[in-house]
Design a protein around this ligand. Structure first.
Ligand SMILES: [Zn+2]
Ligand SMILES: [Zn+2]
Length: 173
């Protein structure tokens, strides 16, 4: 009888323990999502808070290596002014896209990377890992894996080539 009661008490303690763990996890997930919202990795990189080697730095943007390269060369051109994505831009911001594009093309040319083997484009929300506008410059396209070709798929709902992005902004009212 005593053993049965002890077993019951033990089970109760385990339930209480699991409940406490669940509550803790919910709060932990909530607080980490809050801090992710408050800080932006790319703003930290640009301000120097998170040391990163810049390949190029101008008054308007920086270019640095993508930490998860999709091919032999993979760089990001990131404007210094925080904007969430292409969707947050207006028709008047096409110049921002032009600046990132010409900067990336010039940089890749200095690396001797052929332009017809280069993929230049933007991810579209909600398929964005870092919510700070960035232009991907990837080359050569022929060395991209099946998965990477999918993630950076031109004309898809989740990725726009630089010209598609300009057309999208042009048609925005
Ligand atoms: Zn930012
Ligand atoms: Zn991206």
């Amino acid at each position: 009888m005593i053993i049965v009661q002890n077993k019951k008490r033990c089970r109760k303690l385990i339930y209480i323990g699991l409940l406490a763990l669940a509550v803790f996890l919910v709060f932990w997930a909530y607080s980490s999502s809050q801090s992710a919202m408050a800080t932006c990795i790319f703003c930290d990189i640009i301000s120097g808070k998170s040391p990163t080697k810049f390949e190029v730095e101008t008054d308007d943007y920086v270019i640095f290596k993508d930490i998860k390269p999709a091919s032999d060369h993979h760089y990001l051109a990131v404007p210094k002014r925080h904007t969430e994505s292409v969707v947050a831009l207006t028709k008047n911001d096409i110049e921002v896209v032009n600046t990132l594009e010409s900067g990336m093309r010039k940089f890749l040319a200095t690396k001797g990377i052929e332009s017809n083997q280069t993929l230049l484009g933007f991810h579209m929300p909600p398929f964005i890992t870092v919510k700070h506008l960035h232009l991907h410059g990837i080359a050569p396209r022929s060395n991209m894996s099946f998965l990477m070709r999918f993630i950076f798929k031109p004309h898809s709902a989740w990725f726009k080539l630089v010209d598609e992005a300009k057309e999208y902004l042009q048609n925005k009212s």
